[in-house]
Design a binder for this molecule. Sequence first.
Ligand code: SF4
Ligand code: SF4
Length: 98
Amino acid sequence: MKDFRYIDGVAILQLDAEACIGCGMCVTVCPHRIFVLDGKKARIADYDACMECKACARNCPVSAILVNPDERCGCATLIIKGWLAKLTGKPAAVGGCC
Ligand code: SF4
Ligand code: SF4
């Protein structure tokens, strides 16, 4: 998945380091390896690779992660369109994820 990224600087992803208990669940579930454990706290290591799938926020036991709260948004569709275009050699379908 590392070759399929969304646009830099647009993801809405926030980590409350104070609330984090260092369980590592976000590191495990994130398909883009956005988080790393730094001591006993999670840290965002690759912010711009986030596709707002919300797996991290849904699995954090202390709600320390906020991902774009707009249910219509999320960049997985756009990434998949780019992936299909690369595989098929056809131009990506027009339109973003929302
Ligand atoms: S929203 Fe998805 S891609 Fe972004 S940090 Fe969370 S698990 Fe990773
Ligand atoms: S899932 Fe939540 S509590 Fe666990 S390491 Fe990640 S941010 Fe911290």
